[in-house]
Design a protein around this ligand. Structure first.
Ligand code: F6R
Length: 257
């Protein structure tokens, strides 16, 4: 660790190698909990960053007998206004890329709702927080990072104590999502997200970043001052958080010079 780094960081040659390492850590949590007859409570992310992690977990389920029967999941976020059958919804993403291919019971899966009426958002979000607590809290949280510095959809300037709530998406985030939505006009303007405070309560956190497009935000998050300009910097204070990145995402760090 270079002396300017404020975060535990592991650098892998590429996304494939890093993703296998992350999947192995998740599998270990599931196996340890299973051995004790307990449920593993996992916080999960969408987007491009976890795709190879989910592919590896599916392979472990099929080929190595890794069972998700005793796993509960809570996803970080969902676009507001998208129904579950919309192929850009995070509900759709999670089922398509993970849940439909493993033995997790349907009732153990939780993805924030994106279609409740505006006047129901607050109580729905309180309910999500209570559901996570009732499950025993998050044993693990998987994160990506947005180029705006968001974790979940906690855009700058999110509060470190924030809870599950509705937020407005940052322009950078909407621009990055535009190709998948067939144009900026189709990208939702708001979303439901777990708060920074919700994420922070997880016992263990891994944030992944792959590729040169993440190099600048990784430098600001790992070497920068903790501030609400870059909500991911709050993770500097988490007792058990590791960044798992590839060489390209680490390329602007002082240690890479
Ligand atoms: C996704 C999420 C976001 C993404 C981030 C990175 O559930 O909460 O914070 O992790 O926007 O997205 P990708 O991985 O597509 O670069």
């Amino acid at each position: 660790m270079s002396n300017v780094e404020k975060m535990k960081l592991e650098i892998y040659p590429d996304q494939a190698a890093g993703s296998v390492a992350v999947a192995q850590q998740i599998a270990q949590i599931i196996r340890e909990k299973n051995a004790k007859g307990e449920t593993a409570v996992l916080g999960l992310a969408t987007g491009s960053s976890p795709l190879k992690v989910y592919a590896e977990l599916i392979r472990m389920c099929r080929e190595e007998g890794l069972s998700f029967k005793n796993v509960k999941t809570f996803n970080l976020d969902e676009y507001y206004g998208l129904t579950q059958d919309n192929d850009q919804s995070y509900w759709y993403f999670m089922h398509h890329n993970l849940f439909d291919h493993i033995d997790i019971p349907a009732e153990n899966v939780n993805v924030p709702c994106g279609t409740m009426a505006m006047n129901e958002v607050e109580s729905w979000c309180e309910g999500y927080e209570k559901k996570i607590e009732a499950a025993g809290g998050l044993d693990f949280q998987l994160l990506g990072i947005g180029r705006s510095g968001h974790i979940g959809f906690n855009e700058p300037p999110s509060d470190p104590q924030s809870k599950t709530r509705m937020i407005h998406l940052h322009q950078i985030t909407r621009n990055d999502a535009a190709p998948a939505f067939g144009g900026l006009d189709n990208v939702p303007t708001s979303a439901i997200t777990m708060g920074v405070g919700t994420i922070f309560k997880a016992k263990k956190i891994i944030l992944m970043a792959w590729g040169a497009s993440k190099a600048d935000i990784i430098k600001r998050t790992v070497e920068g001052v903790m501030s609400d300009d870059v909500p991911a910097t709050y993770l500097q204070a988490h007792p058990n958080c590791t960044f798992v990145v590839d060489k390209a995402a680490a390329s602007l760090l002082e240690r890479s010079k």
